[in-house]
Ligand binder design. Structure first.
Ligand SMILES: Cc1ncc(COP(=O)(O)O)c(C=O)c1O
Length: 403
């Protein structure tokens, strides 16, 4: 049997056709596919605006910049995430404060966040970055309520959960990143994610002024719309011999602040658009796989999965990852890897990374996250994983524990 990774992209002929068509078109970048992808993605998520960028980390960075994150501020996030969720705040010179996870959901614990907020004078913290870890939608309605009490912004890190949702207090399904609660939400199109662009990212929002800021920040801080110019028309006109310009000349543009080149290309957008058409089918297959794991490991003496329950009803989990907590993790990890099953660990808690330890975080600070890390293991889950391959994984795990 070929090796079975924990996650992988699914590229078909329609993806290849879409990319080749764009490669043969006039625009490799800054062409029409970017806007098409943004509009289709915003519609899929249910947000008003979407801004495509070069990767999820860039999405986090310009989100933090758009919210004016700067030195002297403090922002709260979970340590059980990819380090980029925290790093974006450090890029802007502000401080990250990690709050512990809920041991049942593996998500940022809102009670721990409230405790942190209550323990400091109002104004100490500027924002929160909750993460829909593994694809499980965090309750953004509850976080919005808390954030409003303390005057905080929210960036929802939805890299694991395009197509995921939670059910709000009125019984309404709320898609991850739909902008109804968070100020901004971000996504990644890395190949192991639901939608693959090679590299790629997206920011979604319902706020028009943030949307305009994001557009500027992703492309050098440049604007090209006449109504947005800051220099006077007289200045533009004064450079012409006759001084008789009627409008700003066609070449005119303004760099108004320090932005970046975080643009996504047209051929990546074409791939994203094509992948987006299969996003729902992909989630459906991920849910089937998760359900089979749930059945196999329910009431298992050595294995606990997220919430440890059989999800007979659709829980809104997007299943980027299927994570279990296990006894004897290192031995099981090595056993599965020896048998060509490339399981993975998500994540080493961010506060234990040497970079954050140098900022005074240490082992013992976040016991739930540390305990989770000592047991977690991500099993293979991706749309093209076959039933036979999954059976092989389940049998090997059972063999490991039953001898
Ligand atoms: C939760 C989370 N946030 C942010 C990122 C960063 O995305 P990217 O790799 O596209 O920069 C990732 C990607 O691994 C992620 O999993």
């Amino acid at each position: 049997m070929n090796s079975i990774p924990y996650g992988k992209q699914y590229i078909d002929q329609s993806d290849i056709k879409a990319v080749v068509e764009t490669l043969l078109s006039t625009n490799l970048t800054q062409g029409p596919k970017i806007k098409e992808f943004e509009e289709a993605f915003a519609k899929y998520i249910g947000a008003k605006y979407a801004v495509a960028v070069s990767n999820g980390t860039a999405a986090l960075h310009i989100s933090a910049l758009a919210l004016n994150v700067k030195s002297g501020q403090k922002v709260i996030t979970t340590p059980i995430t990819f380090v980029a969720s925290a790093n974006c705040i450090r890029y802007c010179g502000a401080d990250i404060v990690f709050a512990d996870i809920n041991p049942e959901t593996f998500l940022l614990d809102i009670n721990k966040v409230r405790k942190l907020l209550d323990a400091s004078p109002k104004g100490t913290f500027s924002g929160i970055i909750p993460v829909d870890f593994a694809g499980k939608a965090i309750n953004m309605e509850a976080f919005r309520k808390l954030a409003d009490e303390y005057g905080l912004w929210i960036i929802e890190d939805s890299c694991h959960s395009p197509g995921g949702y939670f059910t709000d207090s009125n019984g309404v399904k709320q898609n991850c990143g739909n902008g109804n609660f968070a100020d901004l939400a971000i996504f990644s199109f890395h190949p192991v994610k639901h939608i693959a662009c090679g590299e790629g990212g997206m920011v979604t929002t319902n706020d028009e002024s943030l949307y305009k800021k994001l557009l500027k920040l992703r492309s050098h801080g440049i604007v090209k719309e006449e109504g947005d110019y800051l220099n006077s028309f007289e200045l533009a006109n004064s450079f012409e011999n006759n001084g008789d310009l009627v409008n700003y000349p066609d070449w005119y543009m303004e760099m108004q602040e320090l932005g970046y080149n975080y643009r996504l290309t047209d051929f990546q957008s074409a791939l994203g658009l094509s992948q987006l058409k299969r996003a729902e089918a992909g989630i459906k297959r991920r849910k089937e796989i998760a359900y089979r794991y749930d059945l196999a490991f329910n009431n298992h003496p050595f294995i606990k999965s997220q919430l440890n329950e059989i999800k007979l009803v659709d829980s809104g989990h997007a299943y980027h990852l299927y994570v279990i907590e296990v006894e004897n993790r290192l031995k099981l990890f090595n056993y599965l890897r020896t048998n060509n099953i490339i399981v993975q660990i998500h994540y080493i808690p961010a506060h234990l990374m040497p970079y954050y330890k140098n900022l005074n975080w240490e082992y013992g600070d976040l016991p739930n996250s540390e305990s989770y890390y000592s047991k977690c293991l991500s099993l293979p889950i991706y749309p093209t994983l076959s039933d036979e391959e999954q059976e092989f994984v389940i049998n090997l795990i059972n063999q490991f524990y039953n001898g």
